[in-house]
Design a binder for this molecule. Structure first.
Ligand code: NAD
Length: 274
C-alpha cells in the first residue's frame, strides 16, 4: 500500500519510496534574496536540502540563510550578479571545487523592463539588460554547473524559470516575453546536449504570483481585471502552488523527463481567445 501525505506547507512526503525527496541534495538558487527564489530556498531547505542562496543583496541573503538555520536547515550564501559572466564563472568554480558540485541548479534570477515601452520604442539597453539577465546568464551558469556535475559524477537536474509570457504577447513588456520564450528553447537545447552526462534540464513557467517583479501590475485595476477574466481559476497563484513542479523537477520523480516546460498558471495559457 502507498501512503502519501501532504504536510501543512504543501510538501509531499511519500512514506515508502521518497520519490519526491530532496534530502541532503545540494541546490544552488540564483536570485534567491526575494520573491519566488527566496520561497524555493526556504521550501527546499525545509525538506532537508543544503541550499546555496545567490543574489546581489547581501543583507537579504543573510536573512534567508538565518531563517533557514533557525529552522535547523542547511544554507550558505553567495553574492552573485548573474550578468557578470566572468565573475560568476570564477565564483562558481571556487564554490564547486569546495563543495564538489551541486545536485540541482535553479536559474531563477530575472528582470522585466525597467520602463514599460511599446516595441517601437524599445532601446538597445533594454535588450541588453533583459537578455543578459534572463537568458545569457542561464546559459553561462548552466554550463559551469554542468561541467562540475559531470566532474563529480552527479546525475543532476537544472530548473530554468520561464513564464507564461513565453506563449503570450503583452504590450509594453515584449523583450521580457521574448527572453522567456528563449528560456524554453534554451532548456530544450541544453537538455539535448547534457543528456549524455545524465543531467536533466527542465523549465517551470509561472503565471501570476505576486512579487516585487509584478506587484504594481497585480494590484492595478488592469491587473485585477486580468486575474478575473483571463485566468480560468480567476485568481493569482499562492507561492506553495509552485511546490509540485519544484519537487517534481528537483527530485528522482522526473528521472525520465527532460527538455520539458511545465506551466503553473491556473490555466492562463489555455484560456479561450474571446
Ligand atoms: P523578484 O523580483 O522578487 O525576483 C527576481 C530576483 O532576481 C530578485 O531577487 C532580483 O534581485 C534577482 N536578480 C535580478 N537581476 C539579477 C542579477 N543581475 N543578478 C542576480 N540576481 C538578479 O521576482 P520573482 O517574481 O520572484 O521572479 C523570480 C523569477 O520568476 C524571475 O525569473 C521571473 O521572471 C520569474 N517569473 C515570475 C512570475 C511571477 O508571477 N512572480 C511569473 C513568471 C516568471
Amino acid at each position: 500500500m502507498l501512503f502519501i501525505t501532504i504536510s501543512k506547507n504543501g510538501i509531499f512526503s511519500n512514506m515508502q519510496n521518497k520519490l519526491f525527496s530532496v534530502k541532503n541534495k545540494k541546490i544552488l538558487i540564483t536570485g534567491a534574496s526575494s520573491g519566488l527564489g527566496r520561497h524555493y530556498a526556504l521550501t527546499l531547505a525545509n525538506a532537508g536540502a543544503f541550499v546555496i542562496v545567490c543574489g546581489r543583496r547581501e543583507q537579504l541573503l543573510n536573512e534567508v540563510v538565518n531563517e533557514i538555520k533557525a529552522n535547523n536547515g542547511k544554507a550558505k550564501m553567495l553574492i552573485l550578479d548573474v550578468t557578470k559572466f566572468k565573475e560568476s564563472e570564477e565564483k562558481l568554480k571556487e564554490l564547486y571545487s569546495q563543495i564538489e558540485g551541486v545536485d540541482i541548479l535553479i536559474n531563477n534570477a530575472g528582470c522585466t523592463a525597467r520602463v514599460k515601452r511599446p516595441i517601437l520604442d524599445v532601446t538597445l539597453e533594454d535588450w541588453d539588460e533583459i537578455i543578459d539577465t534572463n537568458l545569457k546568464s542561464v546559459w553561462n551558469i548552466s554550463n559551469i554547473t554542468a561541467k562540475y556535475m559531470h566532474k563529480y559524477s552527479i546525475k543532476g537536474s537544472i530548473i530554468n524559470i520561464s513564464s507564461t509570457v513565453a506563449n503570450r504577447a503583452r504590450i509594453g513588456n515584449s523583450i521580457y516575453g521574448i527572453s522567456k520564450s528563449a528560456v524554453v528553447s534554451l532548456t530544450q537545447k541544453l537538455a539535448l546536449e547534457y543528456a549524455q552526462f545524465g543531467i536533466r534540464v527542465n523549465a517551470i513557467a509561472p503565471g501570476f504570483f505576486e512579487t516585487d517583479i509584478n506587484s504594481a501590475f497585480v494590484k492595478s485595476e488592469a491587473g485585477q481585471e486580468l486575474l478575473k477574466r483571463s485566468i480560468p481559476v480567476a485568481r493569482k497563484g499562492e507561492f506553495d502552488e509552485l511546490n509540485g513542479a519544484l519537487f517534481l523537477f528537483a527530485s528522482n520523480a522526473s528521472t525520465y523527463i527532460t527538455g520539458e516546460c511545465l506551466f503553473v498558471d491556473g490555466g492562463y495559457i489555455i484560456n479561450s481567445i474571446v
